[in-house]
Design a protein around this ligand. Structure first.
Ligand SMILES: CC(C)(COP(=O)(O)OP(=O)(O)OC[C@H]1O[C@@H](n2cnc3c(N)ncnc32)[C@H](O)[C@@H]1OP(=O)(O)O)[C@@H](O)C(=O)NCCC(=O)NCCS
Length: 266
């Protein structure tokens, strides 16, 4: 992945990331990719995590897709970022890999919403987001390369995701990771391998391995009131929130461009 970044991620005339890590010379850029992976693994907590996933095509690494969250257990909201090696762009991979982590968020983690964002001069990123159902969510002013730059934030609700999802995705090995993601209620985990082979049937009914019981993964507040989906009696019931939270939202820099360097590096 470091070598891929060294080869080039975008036209040097523009900067799609809020942290301009791609301005580094190739060798330093490659090193920064490795360091960023170590950084995110090293400071991982259930309340503040970022999962940098490598993206492969025919066994060859082509890019990185990040999914991240702060206080996920209460907010049920993820942020995504991504980059693809320049020579692999424009072939649908960016759309597919974003759809894959959205499936992880909305099916595997029962997210309520996903956020992203891009600078005005990034039509590819906007197009990927719009194909997947994201809607405008305001702007944010950032300093990039010493200039004031407008980040256009984007937001995807669960309902919009359901309308726009298009990928066939399988999730494996998630159960053991849930505590690392802030999801500690493990009474009724989804079976590993949960998948939606048909985009028209996004939520295959999980096998009720504890029939007659229910479990929520996301909770609001100490009362542990359910906020997201509830797996109940082997079927899906939704209890997503109806309004937006009034809280402060993600800290500045966190909502930045849909790039691996969302807040602090590649
Ligand atoms: C953004 C990025 C991840 C998208 O990945 P990708 O594989 O190139 O995207 P896809 O091929 O799946 O989709 C790109 C879409 O943008 C469209 N597009 C590309 N250039 C465009 C332009 N100048 N104007 C309008 N649409 C454009 C493509 O036609 C395609 O839409 P379509 O499928 O409807 O035809 C990738 O381009 C990238 O890594 N860019 C550099 C880093 C970056 O910008 N990261 C995101 C920061 S916000």
């Amino acid at each position: 992945m470091a070598d891929l970044a060294a080869e080039g991620v975008h036209d040097p005339d523009r900067m799609p990331f809020s942290v301009p890590w791609t301005d580094l010379p190739p060798r330093e850029r490659a090193r920064s990719v490795v360091q960023h992976h170590w950084l995110r693994l090293g400071n991982w907590t259930p309340d503040n995590w970022a999962l940098n996933l490598a993206v492969f095509e025919h066994g060859q690494i082509v890019g990185q897709q990040t999914i991240a969250a702060r206080n996920y257990a209460t907010l049920c909201e993820v942020n995504t970022g991504s980059w693809i090696g320049l020579r692999h762009q424009g072939r649908g991979i960016g759309t597919e890999m974003r759809a894959a982590v959205l499936h992880l968020a909305f099916v595997g983690l029962e997210a309520a919403e996903a956020t992203s964002g891009a600078f005005a001069d990034n039509p590819s990123s906007f197009r990927v987001s719009s194909k997947l159902g994201y809607e405008p969510d305001g702007i944010e002013h950032l300093t990039v390369r010493g200039q004031v730059t407008v980040m256009r934030r984007l937001r995807l609700s669960r309902a919009r995701w359901e309308e726009h999802q298009q990928a066939s995705v399988a999730i494996n090995g998630l159960s053991a990771c849930l505590p690392l993601l802030g999801l500690t209620d493990k009474t009724n985990e989804l079976p590993d391998g949960l998948q939606s082979p048909n985009p028209q049937q996004p939520h295959p009914t999980p096998q009720p391995h504890h029939p007659g019981t229910s479990a929520t993964r996301c909770h609001t507040g100490s009362a542990r009131a359910p906020r997201c989906s509830v797996l109940r009696d082997g079927g899906w019931n939704r209890c997503c929130r109806t309004g937006r939270r009034s809280g402060p939202g993600s800290p500045s820099g966190w909502r930045t461009a849909a790039g691996a360097a969302t807040s602090d590096g590649p």
